[in-house]
Each structure stands twice: as C-alpha cells, then as structure tokens.
Design a protein around this ligand. Structure first.
Ligand SMILES: Nc1nc2c(ncn2[C@@H]2O[C@H](COP(=O)(O)OP(=O)(O)O)[C@@H](O)[C@H]2O)c(=O)[nH]1
Ligand SMILES: [Mg+2]
Length: 194
C-alpha cells in the first residue's frame, strides 16, 4: 500500500470528538506498553507520528490518525497499567468499551500481545469482549525481536492455543524494532479495506 500523507487528527476524550467522517477504522488494542503507538509508526514508516513512550500508562485519550482519507489508525489507551489507580483503570476500561461498542465503522481490531508473555487476565477479558461483540480481529505477537527467530512460530502458536483455542482468529508475529512481518500485516489490512 502506498501512503502519501498520514496525519494525526485528534485526541478524543469523549464520543463527541470522534471524527465526523466515517471511513474504515483500524484499531490498536492491547495492554499499556505492548507497542501500539510504535506499531502505527512502523507500519507508516514514520518515526514519531504516533507518540510512543517508555513510561507506561501515558495515553489516556483515543488518538485518530487519518491515513490519506482512506482509513484511520485508532490508537486506544492501554489497559492494565499497574501503577494506575483502580478508579483510573476502570475509567480507561469504560472509555475503551464505549468506543468499541458505539463506533460503527470499525473495520479491524489489531490486538497486540507481547510474544514473550502469556495473555494477562486483562487480555483475556479483552478477547472475550471482542468475541462476544463479534468484532473483526487479528492478533499480533509483538516484540518478536526479543526471542530467537527459531522460536517465533512456536511461540505464536502457543499464544494462539491459550487465547483462542478455537483457532478462528489470525495470529501474526511482528517487530517494530526490526521492522519485520510488516508486509504480512499490510496484506490483512488491505483485504479488510476492499
Ligand atoms: N524490542 C522491541 N521494543 C518495542 C517494540 N515495539 C515497541 N517497543 C518498545 O516498547 C515501549 C512501548 O512502546 P509504545 O509503542 O509506546 O507502546 P504502547 O503503550 O502500547 O503505545 C517503547 O519503549 C518501544 O520502543 C518491538 O517490536 N520490539
Ligand atoms: Mg501508546
């Protein structure tokens, strides 16, 4: 896919601020620090379009990136950041849920896991939510650079066995650090946009 002019559009803190135009939305979900913002930058081959952070739990709003008026990348706040107060975590959870339930033009959820770790309790909740609401989804096992390349396939399979025993979701490895498996993910995105 040739991208000419990807732009940050808005940080929404409530539904009224979501973009008015309804083009497909490709949505990043996952725990805080798993690499959602880096994923957007890597896919677009930009260094700093989406703000990344070494400090987890920084993003508390929904960031919309307009990709050539073709679709949006939507960067949702990360969940499960332990240093956030319970109250704040509930607020973030409600906020994510509101977006996922109300937004009609969601084309694909890109659900990021860390390839090194079993899905957390929050990941399981997120997974159940996605399945129960019939939302289209692929799972990305991110930070593939952190394990031996020979272990990547078996680790992706193991995550899939744990999170999605029915094996009806597509799982792909990814690494923003090494910029690998980008083509495979673009193929999935392009096929959802057709
Ligand atoms: N090694 C490695 N680090 C990554 C990768 N993706 C993101 N990171 C790092 O993980 C941290 C959190 O990334 P960020 O994109 O801000 O995560 P977010 O909170 O999910 O948006 C940053 O220090 C990134 O540089 C990856 O594929 N490999
Ligand atoms: Mg982020």
């Amino acid at each position: 896919m040739i991208i000419k002019n990807p732009k940050f559009e808005i940080s929404a803190v409530n539904e009224k601020q979501y973009p008015k135009i309804k083009i497909p939305e490709i949505v990043l979900v996952g725990k805080s620090n798993v690499g959602k913002s880096s994923f957007i930058n890597t896919m677009l081959n930009r260094k700093n379009l989406a703000r990344t952070s070494n400090t987890p739990g920084k993003t508390r709003q929904i960031n919309f990136y307009n990709i050539d008026d073709m679709f949006y990348f939507v960067d949702l706040p990360g969940y499960g950041y332990s240093k956030m107060s319970k109250n704040e975590q509930i607020k973030v959870g409600n906020f994510i849920e509101e977006y996922l339930l109300k937004r009609e033009n969601i084309s694909l959820i890109i659900f990021l896991l860390d390839i090194r770790h079993d899905p957390s309790a929050n990941d399981m909740l997120m997974y159940d939510f996605i399945i129960n609401h019939n939302l289209p989804c692929i799972v990305i096992a991110n930070k593939a650079d952190k394990i031996a390349i020979t272990k990547v396939d078996s680790q992706v399979k193991s995550l899939s066995d744990k999170l999605n025993p029915l094996h009806d979701l597509k799982f792909l490895p990814f690494s923003s650090e090494r910029k690998i498996y980008i083509e495979e993910v673009w193929n999935v995105i392009e096929s959802t946009l057709k």
